[in-house]
Design a protein around this ligand. Structure first.
Ligand SMILES: Cc1ncc(COP(=O)(O)O)c(C=O)c1O
Length: 360
């Protein structure tokens, strides 16, 4: 019978050696903490990155069976984001969406989904063998952008499937969309939960919602069962790092964990994982972090609106009363310095226009 070393064996072995030698034994990173790193890359990103690019060690915990620092970090994130359970993701919101669909639906089930959903949802359908029932969102031809989907549309679609004796596995909503349009998630939850249908929200662009009163409520606050957020897009973690949040008891926690393990690398990057914890820490220590960027976003909107020929996307752009909100993400509030620069440009344009108006 083949023998393999378990974590316990490693720990016992480690105790026999000085710490530095122990680390040498256990590390599986080919660059050997930067010693064998390609010079060009070392020059570009510095030695610190390699020093901290570690492989799985007992002290660093296991993403797929967390009991130590990762479990602690995920619990802190759940507390801050108001969910009952949090998973750190190293393959973006993409793998969170795929796992959410696979954990809630069986092959042949129907997933109700907006027709303009992200490609991650399409890949989830391919992987899971789930059948889409597309809902066409409102379309604004003036802006050439789609809005959200409404509880009424969902109710009709679920009724149609139920009349045909089809099983609805879950509903997936994109809120906000790339352009910042939010759906009425609470209304959608009210349609789904009495029928036992879980609601998954692709909240890739809404990870910041919880951190300012003037931003829309988060999907979890509105009763969604699963919400996936690209922490790397709207908050400050490294690219590819995201979070999956869960609330309620409609979804099987273990199934979600198993699907996530199936979809992600067995060598998750500790740089990505620690960047998620650092992003959480940054938010928890800076309660007013969005005050200034939001004020600048608002000012920029006001200044843009008075320039002839420029319009700003806002609520009345959509006819439907069921569009919940247009979030400031359309103005990329996190991109603080760009916003400052933009405000400056606005002032220059305004000055130029007023000079023109006065014939100078
Ligand atoms: C609406 C939406 N959902 C999901 C994704 C996938 O997110 P990620 O890049 O974190 O995998 C994106 C990416 O742009 C997106 O715009």
């Amino acid at each position: 019978m083949a023998h393999c070393l378990t974590r316990q064996h490693y720990s016992r072995l480690l105790a026999l050696f000085p710490a530095s030698l122990g680390n040498l034994l256990l590390l599986r990173t080919g660059h050997n903490r930067g010693k064998a790193a390609p010079f060009s890359l070392l020059k570009l990103i510095g030695s610190g990155t390699f020093l901290h690019d570690l492989s799985e060690l007992p002290e660093l915990d296991d993403l797929f069976s967390p009991k130590g620092v990762i479990l602690d970090a995920q619990r802190r994130a759940a507390q801050l984001f108001g969910s009952s359970k949090n998973w750190f993701l190293v393959n973006g919101t993409t793998c969170g969406i795929q796992a959410s669909v696979m954990a809630t639906c069986s092959p042949g089930d129907y997933l109700l989904v907006p027709r303009n959903c992200h490609i991650a949802v399409i890949s989830a359908l391919v992987l899971s063998g789930v059948v889409p029932k597309y809902i066409i969102p409102e379309y604004n031809s003036g802006w050439d952008i789609a809005g959200g989907i409404t509880p009424l549309q969902l109710d009709e679609a679920v009724n149609e499937l139920e009349e045909d004796e089809k099983r609805v596995g879950a509903v997936l909503v994109t809120s906000p969309t790339y352009h910042g349009v939010c759906s009425n998630v609470q209304g959608i939850v009210d349609v789904c939960h009495p029928r036992g249908i879980p609601v998954i929200v692709d909240e890739a662009h809404g990870a910041h919602f919880r951190f300012h009163d003037s931003l829309p409520s988060t999907a979890i606050e509105q009763g969604a069962d699963l919400a996936v957020q690209s922490t790397h897009k709207v908050l400050c973690s490294l690219t590819q790092s995201s979070m999956l949040h869960m609330a309620g008891d409609l979804v099987d926690v273990d199934k979600v964990s198993q699907c996530l393990q199936l979809l992600q690398s067995s060598s998750p990057s500790y740089l990505l994982l620690s960047s998620l914890d650092a992003a959480r820490d940054q938010l928890s220590k800076n309660g007013n972090i969005f005050d200034e960027p939001l004020a600048i976003a608002s000012e920029t909107k006001d200044q843009l609106m008075i320039i002839p020929g420029i319009s700003v996307l806002d609520l009345p752009c959509f006819a439907s009363e069921l569009i919940h909100c247009v979030s400031h993400s359309a103005l990329q509030i996190c991109n603080y310095w760009d916003m400052k620069l933009m405000t400056f440009y606005m002032k220059v344009i305004k000055l130029f226009l007023s000079l023109l108006a006065h014939g100078q």
